[in-house]
Design a protein around this ligand. Structure first.
Ligand SMILES: Cc1cc2nc3c(=O)[nH]c(=O)nc-3n(C[C@H](O)[C@H](O)[C@H](O)COP(=O)(O)OP(=O)(O)OC[C@H]3O[C@@H](n4cnc5c(N)ncnc54)[C@H](O)[C@@H]3O)c2cc1C
Length: 434
């Protein structure tokens, strides 16, 4: 559908870049803005980029399943012949340890319903598939500062659920660049190294943005895709009064350790969710392992100002995550050097994003990605472009939430699930698992 409408997207992370590509394809005139000098330099660059479908709800699993196909078809999707500069999808599988929190039991019937491929391993099959792993149960996860952390486990895991078609993306920042290049080829523009400092509007309609307090750019449509800064942009737009869910930045750390000597983790390992032991991990290039997820639910570090937070690794969390990993992978050698990344999730109350319009006509949001939406970026770009297009042609999404068919899976993706007007979704895990 051709349209002369001008769109400004605030944020050139993976989500903003994906929306840019899809809206430009629809014939809108799109400019994507970021205060960083390069796209994907926000939380996208430090994403672990695990691609998995094990969410708690049918809607969450459906979107993640649809999202997986964008990565499987990445080169074709971003329309390039340049394979040397392309983010790679590593299909090493996703292992979900059967933990007593029973998350896997929520997921299993949804996989059956949607026809998602999986295998169930008992503990013997688990260690036959991953001989470097211990089949012991460590539930409930404890801390190295507690005596029981060091006690020998007498319990064995029931097993694991393994989804063979999942894995991780090698370079999340490069994936955003791939989308930038694809968007520019079809006419989209990027303004990098400048900040949006205000939203211009009248009583009913968004009119544009102000850049660096100096330059106004007018537009018909503005989209907030600013990641952990989303609450600040929503404040500028004055669109919070009807929202039943809000967003808040949460500090997170992911650490990087060498795989045990003699174990080729990129060949043998999978992305793994180990709730039994309070961590997740995946192989990383250079025969390294990334490990995260070790914060306990009552020890969250909410951040007031996303421009100012501690970017240094915390020794105690490093110990928790790495030592827990050493319990699951007993031959792991604890390194002296503490390497890792520190960044922010943009979290909603139910850890489900907000992909929606707002009370201000022309102002939309793709926010609250809650540490789990890198994988969905392609599908989110597609959903947001369709949502914008429908609303701009008069559709009342607030009264009658849109359902859009996924273009790879044909699954019905219900955008009402991501509405700003929803009540907190009690089916969610209320965690990064979504
Ligand atoms: C440590 C970590 C691990 C993660 N692991 C996974 C995982 O394994 N799998 C998964 O699916 N997801 C994961 N995630 C989540 C995933 O990375 C995010 O959901 C996703 O990257 C969010 O992308 P985004 O584009 O919304 O945000 P961002 O990448 O943060 O982009 C927002 C952009 O907006 C810009 N911006 C903000 N304010 C302004 C302004 N005023 N003016 C101009 N520009 C502005 C910022 O500079 C930034 O570049 C992880 C996240 C983190 C932090």
């Amino acid at each position: 559908m051709n349209t002369n409408k001008k769109v400004l997207i605030i944020g050139a992370g993976i989500i903003g870049c994906a929306i840019t590509f899809e809206l430009q394809k629809k014939g809108y005139t799109v400019t994507c803005i970021d205060k960083h000098q390069k796209v994907g330099w926000g939380s996208t660059s430090n994403s672990t980029a695990i691609i998995r479908t094990c969410y708690s709800t049918v809607e969450g699993v459906s979107l993640a399943y649809e999202g997986t196909f964008y990565w499987k078809n990445w080169q074709k999707y971003v329309q390039t012949n340049n394979t040397s500069n392309l983010a790679q999808y590593v299909e090493c599988g996703m292992t979900q340890i059967m933990a007593p929190d029973n998350h896997w039991k929520k997921v299993l019937p949804i996989y059956d319903q949607l026809g998602i491929e999986y295998q169930l391993f008992d503990s013997k099959e688990l260690i036959s598939k991953f001989p470097f792993m211990s089949p012991s149960s460590y539930w409930p996860p404890s801390l190295p500062s507690e005596d029981n952390f060091w006690e020998e486990s007498t319990q064995i895991l029931p097993g694991a659920m393994y989804a063979p078609n999942e894995g991780y993306v090698t370079d999340p920042q490069l994936a955003a660049e791939n989308l930038q290049e694809a968007s520019e080829k079809i006419g989209a523009k990027f303004i990098l190294g400048q900040s949006v400092t205000d939203i211009i509007k009248d009583q009913k309609q968004v009119l544009g943005i102000t850049l660096d307090n100096t330059q106004n750019i007018l537009a018909d449509i503005v989209i907030n895709a600013s990641g952990p800064y989303s609450f600040i942009i929503n404040d500028m737009a004055g669109v919070k009064s009807d929202m039943r869910v809000s967003t808040k930045p949460l500090r997170e750390e992911v650490h990087c350790v060498p795989a045990p000597p003699g174990i080729d983790i990129q060949k043998l390992g999978s992305s793994t969710s180990d709730n039994d032991n309070g961590i997740y991990f995946r192989p990383e290039s250079g025969n390294m392992i990334l490990v995260g997820g070790g914060k306990s639910p009552d020890d969250k570090e909410w951040i007031e100002d996303p421009n100012s937070f501690n970017r240094n690794i915390t020794e105690s969390l490093w110990k928790t995550q790495v030592y827990r990993l050493a319990k699951r992978i007993p031959e792991l050698q604890i390194p002296n050097e503490k390497i890792g990344v520190v960044d922010l999730y943009d979290v909603t109350e139910d850890w489900i994003p907000i992909y929606d319009r707002s009370e201000l006509d022309g102002f939309y949001m793709a926010i609250g990605t809650s540490g789990n939406q890198f994988k969905n970026a392609g599908a989110v770009g597609y959903l947001m472009a369709n949502l914008v297009d429908k609303c701009e042609h008069g559709y009342n999404h607030d009264e009658n939430p849109l359902t859009i068919k996924g273009k790879f899976t044909n699954l019905e993706l219900n955008l009402g699930f991501y509405s700003r007007l929803r009540n907190i979704n009690k089916k969610s895990s209320m965690s990064v698992l979504g």
